[in-house]
Design a protein. Structure first.
Length: 377
């Protein structure tokens, strides 16, 4: 999925000295689209945002806005505003002076600045606080001042670098929704850097997942969550349980072979690029159904045999650590299975993510209890 190309990156690469941080970044963002750059620490999110903002010149590739190449334009000539995690407000200035700062730098007339500041204060729920200093504001209010300062210059593109991560958890949830609603209302194009999966899911139209400086996958929140393109993306999107299995493709059905995990079952190929051989199977704890040993499968999916190692109650369900073959997985259930109890773990086909391992070689395992259940797709 890609936008209409309002903001376009073509073949962007960046390096710090000899270290390549970004490679082959092709990204097309539509006008008014909210895109989240998501990835673990050090994957290059901030570097990419800074390349877009113009604080870092890419070692290769091009950045264009509305068809115009801006790769070598100064940051203040790009029609973009950047909001940081640290707010970066001037402590000696009032809320009004902070919001009006960018306008003053641009030589805007005093009356116009006053008009714009009061418009921003109104828009961001800061009316009445204009004469306060940042030290006398809450974290959420400070972040709104930083946002007001960014929006006051009327940018075409808003760049957000983890702007919510200094806020406490409860405020973060409400500011997320405020920011998203404001972005839609103003029709502004936004690129938001975050390492928080849920934040990206609830705020963005599109999520771009970075891994080691490359785009691992991009798509709507629903796409990347339910149809991860790789084992890395599946794990990053919460399917952290991993089992290594062998499978045989039989037309449009992928049959999992018996092995050390006691696995068996079959899943529809459903458009996936799956070949016979070794696969990594990934699934979320909440996707697994835990039952007494030998409970038969009644729908397509995979069945594993295991032993409960530990049980806890994080709220709403019981979470179990289960030893399956030589791996430990997490599985949720609405009742507690005591440690030591043998169990069946069933993962329905649509929630089981399968990826051929790079070599394609069968995974070797010691033989343990196993069963194959072949259910037609
Ligand atoms: N000025 C610099 N000089 C050398 N290496 C740098 C510099 N800035 C960043 N890096 C390296 O580049 C890589 C990408 O950094 P970047 O800040 O873009 O990652 P990130 O995904 O935003 O991480 P985080 O979520 O931790 O902020 C990291 O390995 C980092 O150590």
């Amino acid at each position: 999925m890609s936008g209409d190309g309002f903001l376009q990156l073509r073949g962007v690469a960046s390096r710090y000295g000899q270290t390549r941080v970004l490679k082959d970044i092709d990204l097309s963002i539509g006008k008014g689209e909210f895109v989240a750059l998501l990835g673990s620490s050090g994957c290059g999110k901030t570097t990419l945002l800074r390349v877009i903002a113009g604080f870092i010149e890419p070692s290769d590739g091009q950045v264009a806005v509305n068809g115009r190449d801006i790769t070598r334009h100064q940051p203040d000539k790009r029609g973009m505003a950047l909001v940081f995690q640290s707010y970066a407000l001037w402590p000696h200035m009032t809320v009004a002076q902070n919001i009006g700062y960018g306008l003053r730098l641009r030589g805007v007339a005093r009356d116009e600045i006053a008009r714009r500041v009061s418009e921003m204060a109104e828009l961001l729920g800061l009316s009445g606080l204009e004469e306060r200093k940042p030290a006398n504001l809450s974290g959420g209010q400070r972040q709104r001042v930083a946002l007001g300062r960014a929006l006051a210059i009327d940018p075409e593109i808003l760049l957000l670098d983890e702007p919510l991560s200094n806020l406490d958890a409860r405020i973060r949830l409400s500011v997320r929704h405020e920011l998203r609603a404001l972005q839609k209302r103003l029709g502004i194009t936004a690129v938001h850097v975050t390492h928080d999966r849920e934040e990206a899911m609830v705020m963005a139209d599109r999520i771009v997942i970075l891994d080691g400086g490359r785009i691992a996958q991009q798509g709507s929140p629903e796409e990347v969550y339910n149809r991860p393109a790789s084992s890395f993306v599946a794990a990053f999107m919460g399917a952290e349980n991993l089992l290594e299995l062998d499978g045989v493709r039989d037309g449009e059905t992928f049959v999992l072979q018996p092995g050390s995990a006691g696995e068996g079952g079959s899943v529809p190929v459903a458009g996936r690029a799956l070949e016979s051989g070794a696969v990594e199977a990934r699934f979320r704890p909440e996707a697994a159904r835990l039952t007494d040993i030998d409970t038969p499968a009644t729908e397509p999916g995979a069945r594993f045999f295991g032993e409960v190692m530990a049980v806890s109650y994080p709220g709403g369900h019981w979470r179990h650590a289960v030893k399956v073959g030589d791996r430990e997985i997490m599985a949720d259930a609405d009742r507690a299975f005591p440690p030591g109890q043998p169990v069946t773990v069933f993962v329905p086909a649509e929630t089981l993510f399968l990826f051929n391992t790079p070599s394609g070689d069968p995974v070797s395992r010691p033989g343990l209890p196993s069963e194959t259940v072949k259910i037609p797709a």
